[in-house]
Write a protein that binds this ligand. Structure first.
Ligand code: SF4
Ligand code: SF4
Length: 414
C-alpha cells in the first residue's frame, strides 16, 4: 500500500501549475506549504531520506488541508490525496495521536457516547447564536450556531414513496455529525428524493464513515468503521448509497483503498463503493423535478471533497437551477478550500482562519440571501466566518433550498 500510494506522486515534474490553487501557499507564500514542496517532502519520506518524525516534514504536512485542490489543475495527473493519507499514517505511527483527537474520534465512532453529546449541542445552539463572534471562542460558538435549521418550525411531514415497489431504491448514509446536528438536512434529503420518484430504504447498524479517524492517523479505527458500514449497507444490495455530506461521500468511495490489506474485503468494497453517490447526483439524474419559486440570491460554494475529491461539479448546480426564481451567483474563491478540513480548524486555528478570510471577503462583496454548500464542516466554518464578519447570511445545504421550493409547490403534505 505504501508503494502504491506514493507512486501517485511519480508524475510530478515540479512545474508549479498547482501553486495558485493551494490555499495554504496563497496565505503563507512558503514553498514548503505548497503541493510541490510537500511532494518533495513525501518523496523523501518514501525513499527513506527523511524520517517520519522529521520536524519539518511533520510541520508542513500537518498544515496541509487535504483539500486536493492541487489535483484537478495538475497537467501531469498527480494523485496527491492517497499519498498524503499514507504519509499521515506513517507519521501517526511515530507520534502519539493527541488526546483531544483520540477522544473526538472515540465519541464520533460510538453512538452511545455521541447521542447525548449531540443532544446537548442542539440544546445550547440558541445560546451559541448569541455568543458567536470573531474571538476564538466566539468563532466556535458561531460554528455550532450555523448548524441550526434554515427554516425553523417549517418541517414538512414525511411523505410516502411516490413510485412504490418499482421505484429505484436509495439508502441514506446517516453519518455522525450529520445525524446529530443536521437531522433537518436528512429529512429534506429523504423528502426531495421521494418527490423525484425514489424509494428510500432504511439501513440499520450503519455508523461514522471514519474520515476523521483516517486523517488523524487512527488507521485501525477507520478500518473497523469501514468494515461495519460495508456490512450494514450490504443488507440492502439493491439500493444506491446516497450521501449528503461531501466529506463522508469521499471517504466511502475510498473504502476499497482503505481496506486493501484484506483482499476479499477490498474486492467486496469495490462493488460497494460504486453504489455511493452524492445526493445531488441522485437528484440530478432524476431531473430534478422543478419546484415553486424562491426569489433568493444564492452563492454556491462547492465543498473540496465534492469538487476535487469526487469531481462532482454540475449536479449541485442542477439542483439549484430546479428552483424557479433562485438567482445563482458565482464568486472568485469558490474553488478554494474554506479552511474547515475535518478537525483542521481546531488543530491549525490560525491558518484555518487565514484561509477562510479570503472566502468570506469574496462572499461579502455583494448582497446574498444564502450561501449553499454540501458538507457539514463547510456549513459550520463559512457560517461562523460570516457571523464573525458581522453578516447574518444563512449557510444551507442545496437540498434544504429544493425542499422549501417543493413544500411551497405543494409536493408534500405539509
Ligand atoms: S503536482 Fe502537478 S502541477 Fe504541481 S508541480 Fe507537480 S506536476 Fe506540476
Ligand atoms: S491538498 Fe490542498 S492544502 Fe494540501 S497541498 Fe493540495 S491544495 Fe494545498
Amino acid at each position: 500500500m505504501t508503494g502504491q500510494s506514493f507512486a501517485g506522486l511519480d508524475p510530478c515534474v515540479h512545474c508549479g501549475f498547482c501553486l495558485q490553487s493551494c490555499p495554504t501557499f496563497l496565505v503563507t507564500g512558503d514553498e514548503s506549504d505548497s503541493p510541490r514542496g510537500r511532494i518533495v517532502l513525501m518523496r523523501s519520506l518514501a525513499r527513506g531520506e527523511l524520517d517520519a518524525a522529521d520536524r519539518g516534514l511533520v510541520f508542513h504536512l500537518d498544515r496541509c488541508l487535504g483539500c486536493r485542490g492541487c489535483e484537478p489543475v495538475c497537467p501531469s495527473g498527480v494523485s496527491y490525496g492517497p499519498a498524503l493519507e499514507e504519509a499521515r499514517r506513517l507519521i501517526g505511527a511515530r507520534r502519539p495521536v493527541p488526546f483531544s483527537a483520540r477522544l473526538t474520534a472515540s465519541v464520533l465512532a460510538e453512538p452511545a457516547l455521541r447521542a447525548p453529546l449531540m443532544a446537548l449541542a442542539r440544546m445550547v445552539r440558541p445560546l451559541a447564536r448569541r455568543l458567536a463572534g470573531g474571538s476564538r471562542a466566539g468563532f466556535m460558538a458561531g460554528m455550532l450556531a450555523a448548524t441550526k435549521p434554515w427554516q425553523d418550525g417549517r418541517t414538512a411531514k414525511r411523505q410516502g414513496d411516490q413510485g412504490k415497489g418499482h421505484a429505484p431504491a436509495v439508502a441514506l448514509f446517516l453519518g455522525c455529525i450529520m445525524d446529530g446536528l443536521f437531522g433537518h438536512v436528512h429529512q429534506a434529503t429523504e423528502r426531495t428524493l421521494r418527490a423525484n420518484g425514489y424509494r428510500v430504504v432504511d439501513v440499520p447498524n450503519q455508523g461514522c464513515c471514519g474520515a476523521l479517524h483516517a486523517h488523524a492517523g487512527l488507521h485501525d479505527q477507520a478500518v473497523a468503521l469501514a468494515r461495519a458500514n460495508v456490512a450494514a449497507f450490504s443488507q440492502a444490495p439493491e439500493a444506491a448509497i446516497v450521501v449528503n455530506s461531501a466529506g463522508c461521500g469521499a471517504m466511502l468511495k475510498e473504502y476499497p483503498r482503505l481496506l486493501a490489506g484484506d483482499a476479499a474485503v477490498a474486492e467486496a468494497a469495490r462493488g460497494w463503493a460504486a453504489r455511493v453517490v452524492d445526493v445531488t447526483e441522485a437528484l440530478a439524474s432524476a431531473g430534478p423535478r422543478p419546484g415553486a419559486a424562491l426569489p433568493l440570491t444564492v452563492a454556491y460554494d462547492p465543498p473540496c471533497h465534492l469538487l476535487h475529491a469526487q469531481r462532482v461539479a454540475d449536479a449541485p448546480l442542477k439542483v439549484l437551477d430546479a428552483i424557479p426564481g433562485l438567482r445563482r451567483v458565482a464568486h472568485g474563491e469558490a474553488d478554494l478550500c474554506c479552511g474547515s478540513a475535518g478537525s483542521y480548524s481546531l488543530t491549525e486555528p490560525d491558518l484555518s482562519r487565514a484561509v477562510l478570510a479570503r472566502k468570506v471577503e469574496a462572499l461579502t462583496n455583494g448582497r446574498l440571501d444564502a450561501v449553499a454548500t454540501g458538507n457539514p464542516g463547510c456549513v459550520m466554518q463559512i457560517g461562523a466566518g460570516l457571523r464573525a464578519a458581522g453578516r447574518d447570511v444563512p449557510v444551507v445545504h442545496p437540498v434544504e433550498l429544493l425542499d422549501r421550493s417543493y413544500a411551497l409547490a405543494g409536493y408534500y403534505d405539509a
